[in-house]
Design a protein around this ligand. Structure first.
Ligand code: AMP
Ligand code: GLY
Length: 431
């Protein structure tokens, strides 16, 4: 039977999901998002402009196209109960219901859940609803803390003492910002990596680890962003970690799935590889953006077959991966993220990207071409046997795109930067 799949969301991550659905053996794609992503629109039978958080409008569109499955990209939709509304309307949503999505959307819940269920890798933490009490805790704490507003902040609310700010600035931050609750937790030091698992019916399947680059500028300088680019290796582990480190991260995923038997969709673990092994920075209830663009292009298992198995309560298929390294680099508007300048014409499309894949993100498709907005514009992804070769493919595509009005972190995936990660881990582990 042909499945009719509704995709919710219009970023680079969702363009990667759209490509996976379009490449499935027997599926038709429809999509809805607040922005018209030209890459998704060209793969879909229909594209409707609706707010991703408007559960009623998403359900109306799902029913009007006869959707049999839905894939939800952004956390804002999960937080708004879009998966609940689709499920309740009889359209199986691959994405957790609002209650389970709290593992991402409520950082206090996330840590308390870990503590209650003995999920390994939980840093020491305290939750504060009173800003004065939080300030006192920061003043008295012996060591560095990460300060996290309880709710969603688009990746921009966390402040790390000893990294981005001083303890004094941390005190000012909790006293002066409008957030109603904070999680204060032990600062973790090491190298970050992501593991994304496909979860349904108490089962899960993992994918290769990915390393994202959150800082805006080369050399990991500047403000945090949604993610400037990412790489994965031909193996499941990254060059700076061992297979045991990867296995320890999977143990964490395992413990979460066991403690949350109704969870469905992607469970994204963000880990810090510390001297004591992987600790959990956070969980997300969806694919990462950019990480989806590393993972889905190398996944050889039919994505829609996986969703059907999830819906039917069948055993999930074992996942096959191509065994290739990937490098993803985002082109963002000049001035992003603090002072982004929109309106540059994008000089590249999927045909002219050479050997790289092109994924559109927040762009504006006009009659005479595609233009940048104030968010991340598009990403190029190279696939090859090694990270360096994949990096060269991504760079070749970026050269074709030209640099006018755009900024890129050219260092992502270079042997230099990967070597620095390896050296950093050696230093932390003292070997
Ligand atoms: P989040 O918004 O939770 O993704 O956090 C943004 C970034 O803050 C993470 O990618 C980490 O780099 C950093 N971060 C969060 N929690 C911690 C922690 N406990 N220790 C050190 N860095 C952290
Ligand atoms: N790449 C980080 C995120 O999707 O939250």
């Amino acid at each position: 039977m042909t499945e009719t799949v509704l995709l919710v969301g219009g970023g680079g991550r969702e363009h990667a999901i759209a490509r996976a659905v379009a490449g499935a053996a027997d599926a038709e794609l429809y999509a809805c998002a607040s922005n018209r992503n030209p890459g998704i629109a060209s793969l879909a039978e229909g594209f409707e402009q609706v707010e991703e958080t408007d559960a009623g409008a998403v359900v109306d569109y799902a029913e009007s196209v006869g959707a049999t499955l839905a894939a939800i990209g952004p956390e804002s939709a999960l937080n708004a109960g879009v998966a609940d509304a689709l499920d309740d309307a009889g359209v199986y949503a691959f994405g957790p219901r609002e209650a389970e999505a709290r593992i991402e959307t409520d950082k206090a819940f996330q840590r308390e859940f870990m503590a209650e269920h003995d999920v390994p890798g939980c840093p020491d933490f305290e939750v504060f609803e009173d800003a004065e009490a939080a300030a006192d805790y920061i003043r008295e704490y012996d060591g560095d803390l990460a300060i996290k507003p309880r709710g969603l902040t688009g990746g921009k609310g966390v402040r790390v003492i000893g990294d981005q700010i001083t303890a004094e600035e941390g005190v000012d931050y909790v006293l002066e910002s409008d957030y109603d609750a904070f999680v204060l937790e032990e600062r973790l030091v090491g190298e970050e990596f992501t593991v994304q698992a496909f979860v349904a019916n108490g089962e899960y399947r993992v994918s290769p680890a990915v390393q994202d680059h959150k800082r805006a500028y080369e050399g990991d300088e500047g403000p945090n962003t949604g993610g400037m680019g990412s790489y994965s290796d031909a193996a499941f582990a990254l060059p700076f970690m061992t297979e045991d480190d990867y296995a320890a991260a999977v143990e964490v995923i395992d413990a979460v799935v066991e403690a949350m038997p109704d969870y469905k969709g992607i469970l994204y673990g963000q880990f810090m590889l510390t001297a004591e092994g992987p600790k959990v920075v956070e969980f997300n209830a969806r694919f990462g953006d950019p990480e989806a663009m590393n993972t889905l292009p190398v996944m050889e298992t039919d994505f829609v077959e996986l969703l059907v198995a999830a819906r039917e309560g069948d055993e999930l298929p074992e996942l096959e991966f191509a065994g290739q390294a990937t490098v993803c680099k985002y082109a963002v508007p000049e001035g992003y993220p603090t002072d982004p300048e929109a309106g540059a014409k994008v000089q590249i499309d999927e045909e002219s990207a050479g050997d790289a894949l092109l994924f559109y993100a927040s762009v504006d498709a006009r009659d005479d071409g595609v233009y940048t907005t104030t968010s991340r514009s598009f990403a190029v992804v190279g696939l090859a046997d090694t990270v360096s070769e994949a990096e060269a493919i991504a760079e070749d595509a970026l050269q074709r795109a030209g640099e006018e009005g755009l900024r890129v972190r050219h260092d992502i995936g270079t042997s230099d930067l990967v070597q620095r990660r390896i050296d950093h881990m050696r230093e932390i582990r003292g070997n």
